[in-house]
Design a protein around this ligand. Structure first.
Ligand code: CDP
Ligand code: MG
Length: 713
């Protein structure tokens, strides 16, 4: 293990006064104890006892499945074992993919700290819109989607000596596609190393025989075989092992203490309220230990957080020692790290998390879990050709995994906010995402990789035929594919290059022709983040009044544009007169005064600068339509035409492409005015089919701007 170099610490110097010297010594002391504590923790992890064995297994097998209980140390330790085991000797990189951004970032930070190195050097991470790696990075955490994008530029993934696909049991669509791709890359690289010893074939390398899906340029590089490790928390290693030709699977024993499971007698009508009551019941009646609450998204998390604070203020001072920590994917990384810090003495932490805390991140100190039994999931209605984000019941496997979080360090309790009879009705395990999502993005990426036969691709679980056909159809209508389902020369390739949903990419490309790319960049960035506005129950009127300052009668897109521009003006003015820190603080205050979620706005600003770089690299012209918002709305209609809907006599809307009946979400600025014809951004299903982010359009624009869909045939 490298030890922390002494010169990384602040040095004594002559000008130090005595107090300063003492505080440096104290800091040094703290530092040493923290490092010692971390080393101690590492040694006590279940995986530590099998370090040598695991390294040997990886040496002896090109593909290995590693299964182990959450918290046993797989994600943080195995890459380090392999690094010290010599798997980076020739400059190779160990890549570890995660389904979620938060996990990639938080784990990379932790491992950099364990190794005593600065983040971005030997240990780094890369996620969409944020790259913290350098030429010296050898252990690289990233999202699975990001590695897929890297394959577009380097089809043999030649810089990696080892790739670890972590959290494979989650079966996200990216994980599934990645598994297929890696299987192919692995075969190719094995044959490359053989060919290299003999003769190369004009710079192009065929995948293994029978592998009809691949023909990839490897540019005559000398490549070692790719080591592939599939890591999973659940016990179902069989499916992965079979997929990789009876690959060897090893199990890492974890520790799990008894968890007492409690159910409600009756179903709960409002699970947020039930969660809130349970938090306080535990806080006031149960002995020490932190609480983990599973919620479905940022909006719910932030609203429960506010309610907890509100109720806390009503308690006697002695009972107020409860601290809330949110964790969800788009949380800025310095905030994410806070959940791992122990609570100050006498305080109890309550962590409000999405299902990210099921397996992706292990938070120490949890003794109580509150599980409402729901999760937000992508659901695709192939007949209607529409994807939505739905709040759905968890599976039994998920419920078990959630309750397990309470028993990592000692016996715990799990409060399921539903009756036991409900649990019996849950599915055994979660359906892989590829079987329930829109495949347009996946297809676009596979096509860009030169894989044309989508139905013939070696998926671990084949997606539905109807879903494939539907997605091919919508890509064709968006202009990304030819009638023969080949990527179109300009638009198709440009769309595949942008790290966005196909329809957003289409909107950006079109807007450069409509001369409103400046506006579209802002709107796409704002649409890419969750909940820009917040409306606390107790200040509903005030927040509505604040929204009115920005709101546009044309709809939410233009409203979002107004917010972004107003914030920009504020930032520019502030920068002139204040330091960076002060300017940021002022912006947070401005957000608070205007009921704008500063986290989301900050995220949107980051996304904006990143996609601006992307479109500049592609050579698109960034021009503005000025005050002519008609042009901008026409551009929205020309891009989001598949999401066009028409008002019905009863005030509902009918989606023209599918006939599905939907209603405008109450958060929309058009909720009351209900224009005749609209386009929307997303469909969200709870008890109702709600559409969010709406823009008023003219019905007659559709046949004019999207004749491929609405033209007379
Ligand atoms: O991947 P797996 O679930 O097997 O475990 P891991 O993520 O490697 O976590 C191993 C240990 O590191 C756990 O005890 C975590 O609590 C700890 N850890 C931490 O303290 N801070 C982090 N940012 C990540 C992990
Ligand atoms: Mg893990």
């Amino acid at each position: 293990m490298p030890s922390m170099a002494a010169n990384n610490l602040p040095r004594k110097n002559d000008t130090c006064n005595n107090n300063h010297t003492q505080s440096i010594e104290a800091a040094k002391g703290d530092f040493v104890t923290r490092r010692q504590r971390i080393q101690q923790q590492r040694k006590s992890l279940p995986i530590a006892s099998v370090e040598k064995l695991l390294v040997e297994e990886v040496r002896n097998n090109n593909t290995l499945i590693v299964v182990g209980e959450t918290g046993s140390g797989k994600t943080t330790q195995l890459p380090q074992y392999l690094f010290y085991g010599g798997f980076c000797r020739d400059g190779g990189v160990i890549g570890i993919t995660q389904p979620r951004r938060v996990a990639a970032v938080s784990v990379a930070k932790r491992v950099a700290e364990e190794c005593g190195v600065a983040l971005g050097q030997k240990v780094g991470y890369a996620i969409r819109f944020d790259d913290m790696t350098s030429a010296s990075t050898r252990i690289k955490y990233m999202t699975d989607g990001l590695l897929l994008r890297e394959a577009l530029l380097d089809p043999c993934l030649s810089k990696y000596s080892v790739i670890i696909v972590d959290e494979a049991h989650e079966r996200t669509v990216h994980t599934d596609v990645l598994l297929g791709l890696l299987k192919s890359v692995q075969k190719t690289r094995s044959s490359v190393s053989k060919v290299m010893n003999g003769h190369a074939q004009n710079g192009l390398l065929m995948g293994a025989e029978n592998d009809k899906s691949f023909l990839m340029p490897c540019h005559g590089k000398k490549l070692s075989p790719l080591k592939l490790i599939i890591m999973s928390a659940s016990l179902d290693a069989r499916v992965f092992s079979e997929y990789f030709g009876s690959a060897r699977a090893v199990h890492v024993q974890g520790r799990q203490y008894l968890v007492d499971i409690l159910y409600t007698h009756q179903p709960e009508s409002d699970y947020l309220d039930a969660a809130l009551i349970t938090i306080f019941q535990i806080h006031l009646e149960e002995s020490h230990g932190d609480i983990l609450v599973f919620l479905t998204g940022q909006e719910e998390i932030e609203s429960v957080e506010r309610l907890v604070h509100e109720r806390l203020r009503q308690l006697p001072e002695g009972n107020q020692k409860l601290l809330t920590f949110p964790i969800f994917s788009s949380l800025p990384s310095e905030k994410q790290m806070k959940v791992f810090m122990p609570a100050p003495p006498g305080f109890r932490k309550v962590i409000l998390a999405t299902n990210i805390a099921e397996t992706s991140v292990t938070i120490p100190g949890i003794r109580y879990v509150i599980d409402p039994g729901v999760v937000k999931a992508r659901i695709y209605d192939a007949d209607a050709g529409i994807e939505s984000l739905d709040i759905v019941k968890t599976s039994k496997a998920q419920a078990l995994q959630r309750s397990g979080r309470a028993g990592r360090e000692g016996p715990g309790k799990c409060y399921r906010l539903y009756p036991e009879s409900e649990f019996d009705k849950f599915e055994d395990s979660t359906t892989p995402e590829i079987k329930r999502c829109d495949l347009s993005n996946v297809i676009l990426q596979l096509k860009a990789l030169g894989i044309d036969d989508i139905a013939g691709f070696d998926f671990i679980d084949k997606p539905n035929r109807t879903a494939i056909i539907r997605s091919l159809e919508s890509l064709f209508l968006l202009g990304a594919l030819t009638e023969e389902s080949k990527l179109t020369d300009i638009v198709g390739h440009q769309m595949a290059r942008l790290p966005l949903e196909p329809v957003y990419s289409k909107a950006l490309i079109l807007s450069s022709q409509f001369n409103c790319l400046e506006e579209m960049l802002i709107v796409v960035a704002m649409l890419s983040v969750e909940s820009i506005f917040y409306a606390p129950r107790e200040k509903l009127e005030e927040s509505r009044a604040a929204l009115r300052c920005f709101s546009s009668p044309e709809g939410d897109h233009l409203t979002l544009l107004n917010v972004f521009r107003a914030s920009n003006e504020f930032v520019v003015k502030n920068k002139l007169t204040h330091s960076k820190e002060k300017a940021e603080k002022n912006l947070r205050k401005w957000c608070k005064d205007n009921f704008i979620n500063s986290r989301s706005l900050r995220h949107a600003r980051d996304v904006h600068s990143q996609i601006q770089r992307n479109v500049e690299q592609m050579g698109l012209r960034i021009t503005s339509c000025g005050d002519d918002m008609l042009v901008f709305r026409r551009c929205l209609a020309a891009s989001f035409f598949l999401n066009a809907a028409l008002k019905q006599p009863d005030g509902m809307y009918r989606i023209l492409s599918s006939g599905l009946m939907v209603q405008i979400h109450p958060s929309s600025v058009l909720f009351r005015s209900k224009p005749e014809c609209i386009i929307f951004d997303k469909l969200v299903r709870t008890n109702n089919n709600y559409i969010r982010n709406i823009c008023r359009i003219d019905y007659l624009w559709l046949p004019e701007l999207a004749p491929q869909c609405y033209g007379l045939r």
